[in-house]
Design a binder for this molecule. Structure first.
Ligand SMILES: C=CC1=C(C)c2cc3[nH]c(cc4nc(cc5[nH]c(cc1n2)c(C)c5CCC(=O)O)C(CCC(=O)O)=C4C)c(C)c3C=C
Ligand SMILES: [Fe+2]
Length: 262
């Protein structure tokens, strides 16, 4: 068995016989652990198929052209992706309208997170894709910017609010910790930290009524709020300082100036 508590300390670790982590020089100082699950990605909707194929065919690790023909990589990728897309779209339509890769990888990330939580190891698990969302580079950038930029309370929590961008209506509020926010970034589904159960929960995981988040503008999380499959409007997710929001929710008058748009 791997002793994950040991990994949380600073030092050099190797996997010894029987997967035992051997510490070569450890210190008592705690270190933050993040796991990034890498996958290739696939088109999530039929209109993603052609741009996804372009990303795939433009990668010289997939299709390598010799010498000066390298210059043709991008135009050729464009041409073949456009020519192939209709056939691929039919295939994806037959399996529900998109690739299952994203869902499967998110499920793996959640299972890993829960398995580590059961061992009392606080690890953030991220998913990064090579050819489709969430692109690995973007995930790394967003995770850095967002996690470091938020003012967490002394329990490591912040309040998250889903707000309709058009009307300003507050649709939902809950708590997030760093793990929940990382999950929001990578799974694009509104995920909160349950204080009573001390675990992460994704809105809609039992009912299928997810709050779907998509990245419209870089470094800002734009949320689409869908209810029973119907799109109700655009929602953005706001993080606020715990005490301020508690006071304001009490008075049901939330001052926008006190909200931090992420
Ligand atoms: C010229 C044709 C193709 C080559 C060469 C190729 C190599 C290759 N592909 C992957 C990974 C994936 N491919 C996926 C889908 C996909 N690939 C091609 C064509 C070539 N791939 C097409 C036309 C498609 C679309 C689906 C279809 O119409 O069959 C995917 C997505 C899978 C999913 O879940 O959606 C991945 C991933 C690798 C690693 C690779 C060479 C090493
Ligand atoms: Fe392929």
């Amino acid at each position: 068995m791997i002793d994950f508590q040991a990994i949380c300390r600073v030092g050099v670790y190797t996997l010894g016989e029987n997967d035992v982590v051997e510490s070569h020089h450890s210190h008592a100082m705690e270190e933050k652990i993040g796991v990034l699950l890498l996958n290739l990605g696939g088109p999530e909707t039929l209109k993603d198929v052609q741009p996804f194929l372009y990303n795939l065919f433009a990668d010289p690790d997939i299709i390598q052209l010799p010498g000066l023909f390298k210059l043709l990589q991008w135009p050729l990728a464009k041409l073949t992706s456009v020519l192939r897309a209709p056939k691929s779209e039919k295939g994806y339509a037959a399996i529900g309208g998109g690739s299952p890769l994203r869902k499967i990888t998110d499920e793996q990330a959640n299972a890993l997170r829960m398995a580590l939580e059961a061992k009392n190891v606080n690890v953030s698990v991220y998913v990064g894709m090579r050819y489709w969302y969430p692109f690995t580079e973007e995930v790394i950038e967003q995770v850095d910017t967002l996690l470091d930029g938020i003012k967490w309370d002394d329990k490591g929590l912040a309040m998250a609010i889903a707000q309709n961008v058009d009307t300003g209506a507050i649709l939902m509020q809950g708590f997030v910790n760093k793990g929940a926010l990382a999950t929001i970034i990578t799974s694009r589904k509104a995920t909160f930290f349950s204080r009573s159960r001390a675990t992460l929960w994704t809105k809609g995981e039992t009912s299928n009524n997810f709050i779907n988040i998509y990245d419209k503008r870089r470094n800002k999380l734009c949320v689409q709020f869908s209810w029973r499959g119907f799109l109700l409007g655009h929602v953005r997710l706001l993080l606020v300082k715990l005490l301020e929001i508690q006071e304001q929710i009490g008075s049901s008058n939330i001052k926008m100036s006190n909200l931090v748009l992420i």
